[in-house]
Design a protein around this ligand. Structure first.
Ligand code: MZP
Length: 499
């Protein structure tokens, strides 16, 4: 046997040290843009994200609703593959049917209609946002706009469209694209504008909607909208039925495929990648999961476009307990990132890596990026939001959402774990659980993204690449971990009542 002399470590065992923060280094100037498929030195990747977030290939996490919500924020979902081919392809089609930006509907809706009517219209047309005009034509007077955001504010489908959650407006005007939401709000406040900012990826302003200048555009309000770009979406595949699944997903318009497996260092993965590259040369495919240099190189040489890293670190995962296989997530990311950098130096080809599983605190994401990950994949994080496909329940005094592993009896995704042998001998590698309900994806992600950008400023870095080059990372002792939390004080929430 070969013995590693260093223990394998996870994110909680590390901290970042601050570098000099220059005056221009503030969260508003930080870019989180990141590649997700391989590219040659000096060229641009064909697929990139505005934020380094992907949602896990899991039944309890990534369906079409999650995919639309996350793509709107600049990330990507990988729609779960543990479902019949046609159902998965259908979810992909639903995401691709959603148009980014917003659409003036030809509906005959008026303020007397209810939110339920609008939601039905959204479902029917596949539009993510619907504008309502007085005569139901695109050039009619605009009465209001219904977006997913309004939907969250008012969950009651019988609410009337006016008043509470919908602002009536009479026209559209193009705002300064690329401004941030707070800049837009400052502008609105300063000029006392009666308008509503519509924001897209990374909270950049897409449109301002307001009364002024309607005349200039009333002939063709469409010219005010910034194109019919559809949302980006990924999908998980396996090494068994790929000859059936991949053609259906490609036909549905999937942007990126990923082979979903707990152990990707296998000849089956090589065969699957070769099949995709031979039959669909333009398709992008990630592979994994691996935890070391050898696994990374094997899949890259097989043709993979990105590599997923992590075995046994997922919140619902019991693979390490069941099989004794795995590696601390931080050690795995660091070794694979070093292999990626060596490969880039030798070949001029950059292969992005994704740190998958085990993110518990927001700062773990920053650490994963600093250690070399180009993006992260998360299950538990996204399962907590309104947009995940699972039930929200009340347990005791708390709201929770259901969350189960792909290797649990509930998911029965045995292909993900299959190494051959009798079906009757399969054993669980995941659990069925609850996670604390956390509200809407967008609001939670805004906070997480702000934290990441703030930390990057502490590290004097305006981009992920700069963070990877400049980051200074230290191991922490068990005692200093205690020092890092609140300590030696009596916390008010724990103290006796009657204060
Ligand atoms: P986490 O973000 O919840 O900690 O981890 C999510 C990751 O756990 C998934 O992306 C996948 O790689 C892994 N996973 C999913 N199901 C199981 C299981 O049942 C699992 N064991 O380990």
């Amino acid at each position: 046997a070969y013995y590693y002399t260093e223990p394998s470590r996870t994110f909680s065992e590390y901290l970042l040290l601050p570098n000099l923060t220059s005056k221009d280094c503030n969260p508003g100037n930080v870019s989180l843009k990141t590649p997700i498929v391989k590219f040659k030195k000096g060229e641009k990747p064909e697929v990139a994200l505005n934020i380094p977030f992907s949602s896990a290939v899991m039944q309890a996490v990534s369906d079409h609703n999650m995919a639309v919500a996350l793509a709107r924020c600049g990330g990507i979902s990988f729609i779960f593959g543990s479902q019949p081919v046609e159902e998965q392809a259908d979810m992909v089609r639903k995401v691709k049917g959603h148009k980014a930006g917003f659409v003036v509907s030809r509906s005959n809706l008026t303020p007397q209609h209810t939110l339920k009517d609008v939601l039905e219209l959204k479902e029917r047309t596949g539009h993510s946002t619907v504008a309502i005009t007085d005569d139901g034509t695109p050039t009619g007077k605009l009465l209001g706009i219904v977006t997913s955001r309004d939907y969250r504010i008012s969950r009651d489908p019988q609410d009337k469209l006016v008043g509470q959650f919908m602002t009536p407006f009479s026209s559209l005007i193009y705002g300064k694209s690329g401004s941030t939401l707070s800049e837009a709000n400052d502008l609105i406040w300063e000029h006392k504008l009666n308008c509503l900012p519509i924001v897209g990826a990374e909270q950049n302003l897409e449109y301002l909607v307001f009364r002024k200048d309607y005349d200039a555009h009333k002939e063709n309000p469409y010219e005010l909208l910034d194109g019919n770009k559809s949302y980006i979406v990924g999908a998980g595949i396996n090494t068994k039925d790929y000859a059936e699944r991949v053609p259906a997903l490609v036909a549905a318009g999937v942007d990126v495929l990923v082979i979903d497996s707990s152990d990707g260092y296998t000849e089956w993965q090589r065969e699957t990648i070769e099949y995709v590259k031979t039959n669909f040369p333009k398709a992008k495919i990630g592979a994994g999961n691996v935890v070391d240099r050898e696994g990374f190189l094997y899949l890259v040489e097989s043709g993979a476009d990105f590599i997923k890293v992590g075995i046994g670190g997922g919140s619902i995962c019991i693979t390490r307990e069941q099989k004794g296989i795995g590696r601390g997530q931080a050690s795995a990311v660091m070794e694979v990132a070093a292999a990626r950098d060596d490969y880039f130096r030798e070949t001029g080809i950059y292969v992005p890596i994704c740190s998958d599983g085990g993110i518990v605190h927001d700062y773990h994401i920053t650490l994963a990026l600093a250690m070399g990950a180009d993006f992260v994949m998360m299950g538990r994080y996204f399962a907590r939001f309104d947009e995940s496909p699972t039930r929200k329940l009340k347990v005791g005094n708390n709201f929770v959402k259901e969350f189960w592993g792909e290797g649990s009896n509930r998911a029965r995704n045995w292909q993900r774990y299959d190494t051959g042998g009798k079906q009757s001998l399969v054993f669980e590698e995941g659990v069925d659980s609850y996670v604390s309900y956390a509200g809407s994806l967008q609001e939670n992600m805004e906070k997480t993204i702000h934290k990441i950008k703030s930390t990057m400023c502490n590290c004097g870095s305006l981009s992920i690449e700069e963070l990877q080059q400049k980051a200074r990372i230290t191991l922490v002792s068990a005692t200093s971990i205690v020092e890092g939390g609140a300590h030696d004080v009596i916390l008010k929430e724990n103290s006796l009542s009657g204060e």
